[in-house]
Design a binder for this molecule. Structure first.
Ligand SMILES: Cc1cc2nc3c(=O)[nH]c(=O)nc-3n(C[C@H](O)[C@H](O)[C@H](O)COP(=O)(O)OP(=O)(O)OC[C@H]3O[C@@H](n4cnc5c(N)ncnc54)[C@H](O)[C@@H]3O)c2cc1C
Length: 396
């Protein structure tokens, strides 16, 4: 991957001072990461700091640097697969719950959220205040600070539609700057933060540009059918999205047997048109049912769920202690006492099968933490060169 451009619009945001010793937060030691992730797998973190703001971030980073340990920024743990041996470094659990509202030009309203604000609470607040732009992103677990990392998206909206800027602390220089949304390289479930900038920045806050009294976005066919109104309110859309997500077990529900997941485990593959033609030829008559979504760059997005089902995996499929959600083929779940190795075994089987049937390489969506091996070894594909397999999103 080519190096991302240097951020062009970096505005120093706030001077930082190390807290006095008396104020410095103390870390928890050996905290099981299975308690801090929605898949509920993963061994202990050596140290976990709860960080309330920039000074705490700086303190935790300095603590890690003094001991020569790696760091991991943690939000809600809803997009992480942590190894059974855990993470032998310093975890910064983001807990800055600041929320600020500022009038912008025309009908724009700038909503600023600290990294620890639960994403869905931010959406609920915006909908209540009649601020349009993120209503379709209702029900996505996790934190505001993690939202830019993979440019969260669902039901016809992406964070990139409304993200104005990100305040972030540079891990190397300890400078805090404002990065414009353009600089963050947001794409489909991706950004520079998840790619070449991995581990370089700690996101402290995000700034969204929303529209006061704006119309709700209803461009996703399934949402349009379900909402049942030509001019739904923001609240109608939020309610409908939450209902759809609940049916698919795509909200965090402590009573659901499918609750231990990281949401979609694989991203939808985006492939060149020639590969779609090969696939259609191989599928024969079944090609008519292949979902395909043309992209602005000429490539075609395919449905990972469709490919997985056609490769022989049904909802509710079980492999030992891991399985597929009974409501959604794309969600790998911990069926109870699963370990990371169980999830890896299932993910590897699915990836191998989809590749064997269709020649398509599925890439995992969650970030892998604490594994010795890269994805090419964890989820190997016979006959495929390792470089083709390893997306740049692993924390070792
Ligand atoms: C049931 C379910 C449904 C889901 N549905 C969707 C969906 O519809 N659309 C979608 O896009 N995602 C979805 N997800 C995935 C997940 O919720 C999002 O990716 C979310 O943004 C992750 O937030 P988090 O706070 O839990 O991040 P974590 O899992 O804690 O971290 C994810 C990554 O972000 C990094 N990170 C977190 N916070 C920061 C920060 N402040 N600064 C720098 N790096 C940081 C971490 O180091 C890690 O690399 C779903 C997950 C689940 C469990």
């Amino acid at each position: 991957m080519p190096a991302p451009p240097r951020p062009s619009h970096t505005v120093p945001v706030e001077p930082l001072h190390l807290p006095d010793d008396g104020d410095a937060p103390l870390p928890e030691e050996h905290r099981p990461l299975s308690e801090l992730t929605t898949l509920e797998v993963g061994g202990p973190a050596r140290y976990v700091f709860t960080v309330l703001g920039p000074a705490d971030v700086l303190h935790a980073l300095q603590f890690a640097r003094d001991r020569g340990l790696p760091h991991l920024v943690l939000g809600g743990g809803s997009n992480l697969l942590v190894a059974d041996r855990g993470f032998p470094g310093v975890v910064l659990q983001m807990a800055d719950y600041r929320l600020e509202v500022e009038e912008g030009e025309d009908d724009a309203v700038i909503l600023t959220a600290g990294a620890g604000v639960p994403w869905d609470e931010l959406v609920a607040f915006a909908v209540t205040e009649e601020l349009a732009g993120i209503e379709c992103l209702s029900g996505i677990p996790g934190t505001a600070g993690a939202a830019p990392i993979q440019n969260i998206g669902a039901y016809g909206q992406e964070l990139s539609d409304t993200l104005l800027a990100v305040d972030a602390l540079d891990v190397a220089t300890h400078e805090i700057v404002r990065l414009s949304a353009e600089d963050c390289g947001l794409g489909y479930r991706s950004s520079h933060f998840k790619g070449a900038w991995r581990d370089r920045w700690v996101v402290l806050a995000i700034h969204l540009r929303l529209r006061a009294r704006g119309a709700a976005t209803v461009r996703y066919p399934e949402l349009a059918r379900a909402v049942g109104s030509d001019r739904p309110s923001l609240a109608d859309v939020r309610r409908t999205v939450l209902a759809i997500r609940r049916r698919k077990a795509m909200v965090l529900d402590p009573r659901s047997p499918d609750r231990r997941s990281a949401g979609s485990f694989f991203v939808n593959p985006i492939v060149p048109p020639a590969q779609v033609e090969d696939l259609e030829a191989a599928l024969g008559e079944e090609a008519a049912t292949l979902p395909r979504y043309p992209q602005p760059d000429g490539r075609v997005k395919l449905s990972a769920a469709w490919l997985i089902e056609r490769a022989g995996f049904e909802r509710g499929f079980a492999l030992g202690r891991a399985g597929l959600s009974s409501r959604h083929t794309l969600a790998l779940i911990n069926r109870g006492a699963a370990r990371a190795e169980d999830l890896i075994a299932l993910a590897a089987l699915i990836r191998r099968s989809v590749h064997g049937h269709f020649g398509i390489i599925l890439q995992p969506e969650p970030v892998f933490v604490g594994f010795d091996d890269g994805l090419d070894r964890l989820l190997p594909l016979p006959g495929v060169h390792a470089l083709a397999l390893t997306p740049p999103q692993e924390h070792r």
